[in-house]
Design a protein around this ligand. Structure first.
Ligand SMILES: Cc1ncc(COP(=O)(O)O)c(C=O)c1O
Length: 425
């Protein structure tokens, strides 16, 4: 007789997240036209630049030995300084109370930063206010620490400040304000909707966080994963530009979308008070993210190859976004009740199906779409458990991975599946 296996409470809380299943489906069904996974375009991955960076590093014996050794818990000092310098230069307006290099922490992808922040500021039962819909992996991170996401209504510019303020007022009236520890934003070309939050709105959200920070700080986590993937319009200033004392906003950044997700290099720019808790967590977890990957990214930035790669990506993704929007016009447009967002960057559009058509894995559309040869992310995964209700007729469509021609075929397959699903009910 085998003895029962007791997983920890934390392991139980981590179960049931859709990310691994969706990624596995995309990897296992190579023929499936996946418009689901947020993978980056294979064709534009910077193989030459990384090959040259590795060769240069390995040719220099001292550099090679340093890169192959353990590194620093908060990350490679040179890379941290370069990232900070870049961040400060990128903003259209001055960054108040400009962060120091000590406030920059390198992580294994920005996902690790989000985890470390969650570990550092959240206790079980705490609340994070998120856009509804929001980045679904972040909801998994909250579940992992026993925290709760509350969905705040959005429009075509992201989370609505007035609705956020009202939600905080309600939580205050029910005595729950003390549980609210953060507001999570993806201000640039949001995952999943592709929306960008204009500076006036970002600044208002930071102001609201500060105003409701009555007995403790309510942080704004500004997840800037897609900030470089802009295909039109000017750069919008970071949320950190509206944080006068620098105590509210946590910036999360990553090279995953702008260079290579395989290198797993992300970072955070933290309020001073969070440096120690985050680095303590990180010390216990891995005492430093992969040093070799950081050395490669340092070399790439020094040599100017990062900027070159961003130009390559913009030139590669902009036509794919156009292809997706054109295909949506052509194939989804004639179906009554469909609509979708029109982003100016990022990797996703967010589509709304006719009222009552459930896009979830158990609904009439999901399996039909797979049979027709395409995969999407059901919108239901992107809604926090509390607050704004799930909109079950929605989906996220990614244009990052497929060619323009395959994007068109994928959307056509989706349209066929929608018509079949409508005919079946
Ligand atoms: C909004 C957002 N934040 C963070 C991440 C995590 O990226 P990484 O851990 O690869 O830096 C992603 C990945 O898709 C994302 O979409």
């Amino acid at each position: 007789m085998t003895s029962p296996y007791f997983a920890s409470k934390r392991a139980e809380m981590a179960a049931g997240q859709p990310i691994s299943t969706l990624m596995a489906q995309a990897l296992e069904n190579a023929d499936l036209l996946s418009l689901a996974a947020g993978f980056v375009d294979e064709a534009t991955l910077p193989t030459d630049a990384v090959r040259r960076a590795c060769a240069a590093m390995m040719a220099d014996d001292r550099a090679a030995r340093t890169a192959l050794q353990y590194g620093w818990t908060p990350g490679n000092p040179k890379l941290r300084a370069m990232l900070l310098d870049r961040f400060l230069r990128e903003q259209a307006i001055p960054v108040p109370n400009a962060p120091s290099v000590e406030q920059v922490v390198i992580t294994a992808g920005s996902n690790q930063l989000l985890h470390l922040v969650a570990e550092s500021i959240l206790d079980p039962g705490d609340v994070v206010l998120c856009a509804a819909p929001t980045y679904f992996v972040f909801l998994g991170i909250l579940a992992n620490v026993g925290a709760r996401g509350h969905g705040i209504p959005t429009d075509d510019q992201g989370l609505i400040p007035e609705a956020l303020d009202e939600h905080l007022r309600q939580l205050d009236s029910t005595g729950e304000l003390k549980r609210v520890k953060a507001i999570y934003l993806v201000p640039y070309f949001d995952n999943p909707q592709g929306t960008t939050t204009p500076p006036e709105r970002v600044s208002r959200i930071v102001e609201i966080a500060k105003r409701w920070s009555l007995n403790h700080t309510i942080h704004v986590i500004a997840d800037e994963a897609y900030s470089e993937l802009r295909y039109s319009g000017p750069h919008v200033a970071s949320a950190r530009c509206y944080d006068a004392d620098g105590e509210t906003v946590i910036v999360a950044g990553t090279f995953s979308k702008s260079f290579s997700p395989g290198l797993r290099v992300g970072w955070g720019i933290l309020p001073v008070n969070l440096i120690e808790p985050v680095c303590n967590q990180k010390g216990n977890m891995d005492f430093g993210s992969p040093n070799f990957a950081q050395a490669i990214m340092t070399h790439i930035l020094e040599q100017g190859q990062f900027d070159e790669q961003i130009d390559v990506l913009r030139a590669g993704y902009a036509p794919k976004l156009d292809a997706m929007l054109r295909a949506a016009d052509e194939f989804l447009g004639p179906i009554n009740g469909t609509s979708w967002t029109h982003p100016s960057g990022g990797l996703y559009i967010w589509a709304r199906m006719p009222d009552g058509l459930d896009t979830g894995p158990e609904g009439p559309l999901f399996q039909r779409a797979i049979q027709e040869g395409m995969l999407y992310v059901p919108g239901q995964y992107c809604f926090p458990g509390e607050g704004e209700p799930v909109q079950s007729n929605t989906m996220r469509l990614s244009f990052g991975v497929q060619t323009s021609e395959r994007i068109g075929r994928g959307i056509n397959a989706l349209a066929r599946a929608i018509k079949q699903a409508q005919a079946s009910v």
